[in-house]
Design a protein around this ligand. Structure first.
Ligand code: NAD
Ligand code: ZN
Length: 366
């Protein structure tokens, strides 16, 4: 199958390509084209993904540089720390890496965020390419340049914005992704449709059986469209001063729930719940019709995403709403839908509206 290509441009940081291909067979060609005289490559990956795809990637890159090595960290968010970054610096120094060498991130959002942060800081920045292998990383985190690590109890608190020179998603890797991780990524994919493309959203809903079966052609198409939507926002507003915030649809309440339940629910599961709650607010404000609201709510279910919760302490969960959202006297900054495929930023959502929406998740939907 032909690869699909998108271009992401930044006023100050140039342009990079996002390639969606079935496997890694074309990766070497793209890398050599970008870096014809490369000496060293370090592939930064986690302990799960390394066992599955490191050999394939090394094979694909074998003619791109004389020295190809890897840094493997233990899989999971708990490794997204400065300690991981530091031991990778040790490895790079031991192997004489300099700023003309290449760092490759291979894995989910954690590997991508860690590898990009290492690349952005090692010798004040060396080239970085990203090979996302989780659906969340392909459709969301690999594009846009945000990178970093967690520190103390704070998520993503130390980081930078650093553009990759290439993103190459090989969708055959999605076959081995655990079901729960796949569904988590689907929340971001559905979000992309909800905020910007009603036709795409309806296509996702109608294609749910093929998607959940991980049909390769359907996944290629799905990832390509999702990346196109992310690309639209990050190109327009790379530093998230305005429109890029729309990508946070479902995330204000979603993040609060993630923290309240101490990460028992995955990010995507919380985004699904947060999206249902945000749709509830828009429905209450008569921005969304009954039909639209029920469709948004119910269509997370076929993708194995939750739309309701057992009773929980709304007031305590509300305390986790990000301080950056606590905007003006008039209320909170929030992303609402005017209709499916059209999101808007508003700054007058009240505490009561949010609490009511959070409470609505406890309702028995039927
Ligand atoms: N930079 C951004 O803009 C941005 C955006 C959203 C999320 N993020 C970050 O992304 C991270 C979450 O990403 P994630 O959900 O991919 O987490 P992850 O990287 O931990 O991957 C999830 C799990 O799936 C495994 N995995 C990945 N690909 C696999 C495959 N093909 N087959 C089998 N197993 C595979 C991983 O080893 C891990 O156990 C968070 O740290 C979040 O902060 C960053
Ligand atoms: Zn998200």
């Amino acid at each position: 199958m032909e690869n699909s290509t998108l271009e992401v441009s930044y006023k100050s940081a140039g342009t990079y390509r996002v390639i969606i291909g079935s496997d890694y067979s074309d990766l070497g060609g793209y890398v050599t084209e970008l870096f014809p005289n490369l000496q060293r490559i370090c592939i930064v990956t986690d302990s799960n993904v390394s066992g599955l795809y490191l050999d394939d990637v090394k094979k694909a890159l074998k003619d791109c540089a004389g020295h190809i090595t890897e840094y493997i960290f233990e899989a999971g968010e708990k490794s997204k720390t400065l300690d991981t970054v530091k031991s990778c610096y040790d490895k790079l120094l031991a192997d004489d890496f300099n700023r003309r060498d290449l760092i490759v991130g291979l894995g989910g959002g954690v590997a991508g965020d860690v590898a990009a942060f290492i690349a952005s800081t090692y010798m004040r920045g060396c080239a970085f390419i990203n090979l996302p292998t989780s659906l969340l990383a392909m459709a969301d985190s690999s594009v846009g340049g945000k990178c970093g690590v967690d520190y103390d109890k704070y998520k993503n608190i130390v980081g930078s914005i650093y553009m990759p020179r290439l993103v190459y998603a090989a969708t055959y890797t999605l076959k081995s992704l655990p079901d729960r991780e796949f569904s988590s990524g689907m929340a971001e994919v559905l979000k992309a449709g909800l905020i910007r493309d009603a036709v795409y959203y309806e296509w996702l809903i109608n294609s749910f059986a093929e998607i959940m079966d991980r049909n390769e052609d359907v996944l290629n198409e799905m990832v390509y469209k999702a990346v196109g939507i992310k690309q639209y926002y990050v190109t327009k507003d790379p530093f998230e001063q305005n429109e890029r915030m729309i990508l946070n649809f479902g995330h204000t309440i979603g993040h609060a729930l993630e923290k309240y339940f101490d990460f028992k629910y995955s990010h995507g599961e919380c985004v699904a719940l947060g999206s249902v709650a945000a749709a509830f607010i828009a429905h209450k404000r008569s921005m969304l019709s009954d039909e639209e609201f029920y469709e948004i709510r119910d269509m997370f279910v076929p993708f194995d995403l939750p739309i309701s919760l057992d009773d929980y302490e709304i007031d305590r969960a509300f305390l986790n709403i990000g301080h950056d959202k606590k905007n003006t006297d008039s209320g909170l900054k929030f992303i609402l839908l005017k209709k499916i495929g059209k999101a808007v930023i508003v700054n007058d959502v009240t505490e009561d509206e949010i609490k009511e929406a959070m409470k609505s998740l406890v309702a028995e939907w039927d």
